[in-house]
Design a protein around this ligand. Structure first.
Ligand code: CA
Length: 233
């Protein structure tokens, strides 16, 4: 029998927390939970979870700080933020701190379960990437999410590496945002906010790899078609 997938639920509202636990247990996951920020962080850092569902507004320490602290320790830990409002600000803040995805509240169980599946799938197939990538003279170590440019170290998130790797494997053509969402995020849909998720990651990558992020020469936009990574000459 396969090892059970472990999920940590960090949510202070009891009705939501117990509802999530019931649904996840029903779907075959091994679930632990925390009702406060500090308890959630403690469990997240010590519990070896396959996925963390993280509420934002929590007593003691908010979900953004928890996400940030987890990322400092473990760049690989899959995290889905539970956002009370669908304000772009909140979503962007969570993604900037390295969350893999977000689910707006009130969420449908169906949507949540699909997103959990997508994030877990991505974290399991992440290993198929090339060990190193070279982009515009930057040597990128895809296992440790680090690059070196002119002797300076650049830190990437796991998702950024996945986006770069996918674009590098397909550098002969532009890749649409919808294709990136499907192949990198595992989404079969393309709501507006989701294609913006792709744009946010592209913007972050440009700030890291381009000499001038306002005039990209490596990660270029092909109007009406998507993004293309310019291959090494
Ligand atoms: Ca809350």
């Amino acid at each position: 029998m396969n090892k059970q997938i472990r999920i940590l639920v960090v949510e202070d509202e009891e009705a939501i927390r117990t509802g999530l636990i019931d649904v996840l247990v029903f779907h075959g996951y091994d679930v632990d939970s925390a009702a406060t920020g500090p308890d959630g962080l403690e469990k997240a850092l010590t519990g070896k979870f396959d996925l963390i569902l993280l509420d934002i507004m929590l007593p003691g320490m908010d979900g953004y700080e928890i996400c940030d602290r987890i990322r400092t320790e473990d760049r690989n830990q899959p995290i889905i933020m539970l956002t009370a409002k669908t304000s772009d600000e909140e979503i962007i803040q969570g993604l900037k701190l390295g969350a893999d995805d977000y689910v707006p509240k009130p969420f449908s169980i169906q949507q949540l379960v699909l997103r959990i599946g997508a994030v877990l799938r991505r974290s399991q197939v992440g290993q198929e990437m090339a060990r190193t990538l070279t982009v515009g003279g930057i040597e990128i170590d895809t296992e440790n999410f680090r690059g070196v440019r002119d002797g300076d170290e650049i830190a990437f998130t796991k998702r950024e590496i996945e986006v770069l790797s996918y674009l590098a494997r397909n550098s002969d053509r532009p890749v649409s945002r919808e294709e990136l969402l499907l192949k990198v995020w595992g989404y079969a849909r393309n709501l507006d906010i989701e294609t913006r998720t792709v744009d946010i990651h592209i913007a972050k990558l440009r700030r890291k790899i381009e000499a001038d992020n306002k005039a990209p020469e490596l990660l270029i936009t092909v109007r009406g078609a998507g993004y293309r990574l310019v291959a090494e000459g």
